[in-house]
Write a protein that binds this ligand. Structure first.
Ligand code: A3P
Length: 288
């Protein structure tokens, strides 16, 4: 088999409708990666936008001009969204490509590729709370109901882009099958942003001086990104993302789940985590 057909492969995963056509999904799974491509793979709400910003700044040695004048979706388009091909056509320099697709849908396209793949993972309790709030503001996603309703759907994988467990296990367990792979956690970026920017710059073979690193770090901080209209999604029309219902740059913290979860919900997630991730060597930080 040298080509994937979406009708067979996508039936079990839900996609946020209008952004994903059958053609755009076929385009993604059969994408021809270039060796110079940089791919950001994430489950939603795991630090995707943050990594888009870090890479933008690393490639420009901390110069924020592009980060402050070009929206993130135009400099690091989502592979599975209908506009990706057009954006990439206009791209100069190394292409930054973002995806929420699970590994198995890109395995064929990435086989033999030298593209640099960065997988960002975040602990699932914080992801579930962040995703819940995102559902409230993103009008292309269904009404999440109560947090308890949403958490049940989330744990079953009955949300857009499917199961967090399958996503994280899929990408991290195939790290060895991808020639150039780096995994980073949201929590390590929070704990040591300077170190995370440096780690990304080493992986991309784009060394930065200490001053350049400090500049990149400054523009990737939560407060800076929260104010940057090119990444805070306030440019998106209200009928698509309703900022009166919440902010995209919401809290940016590790352990915020504690403000939402009950003790029972926390225990339930711990139990599901233990049963779903028995062999995982991944160590998530659940609080700071
Ligand atoms: P919260 O909703 O918990 O605040 P994604 O880009 O994958 O959709 O992830 C969005 C989450 O990343 C949101 O989490 C957002 O606030 C957080 N985020 C974005 N930029 C950040 C930064 N510079 N520092 C910390 N968190 C950031």
């Amino acid at each position: 088999m040298d080509r994937l057909d979406v009708t067979e492969t996508f039936h079990s995963i839900m996609f946020p409708g209008h952004m994903h056509t059958k053609d755009s999904l076929n385009y993604a799974t059969n994408f021809k990666f270039q060796d110079t491509d940089i791919v950001i793979a994430t489950y939603p709400k795991s630090g995707t936008t943050w990594m888009q910003e870090i890479i933008t700044l690393v490639l420009r040695k901390g110069d924020p001009t592009i980060a402050q004048t070009q929206p993130n979706w135009a400099r690091a388009p989502w592979l599975e969204q209908y506009y990706c091909a057009d954006v990439l056509k206009a791209s100069t320099g190394p292409r930054i490509i973002t995806t929420h697709l699970p590994y198995h849908l890109l395995a064929l396209a990435l086989q033999h590729s030298k593209a640099k793949v960065i997988y960002v993972a975040r602990n699932l309790k914080d992801v579930s709370v962040s995703y819940y709030h995102f559902h409230k503001m993103a009008n292309f996603l269904p009404n999440p109901g109560t947090f308890s309703d949403f958490l049940n759907e989330f744990l079953k994988g009955a949300v857009h882009y499917g199961s967090w467990f399958d996503h994280v296990k899929g990408w991290t367990s195939h790290a060895k099958d991808i020639q150039n792979f780096l995994d980073v956690t949201y929590e390590e970026m929070c704990q040591d942003l300077h170190g995370a920017v440096q780690k990304v710059s080493c992986f991309l073979q784009c060394p930065l001086t200490e001053d350049e690193l400090n500049l990149a770090q400054k523009h990737c901080s939560f407060n800076s990104m929260k104010e940057n209209v090119m990444v805070n999604y306030t440019l998106i029309p209200q009928k698509i993302m309703d900022h009166s219902q919440g902010k995209f740059m919401r809290k940016g913290q590790v352990g915020d789940w504690k403000n939402t979860f009950t003790k029972d919900q926390s225990r339930l997630v711990d139990d599901v985590y233990t049963s779903q991730m028995p062999d995982s060597s991944l160590l998530f930080k659940w609080e700071c």
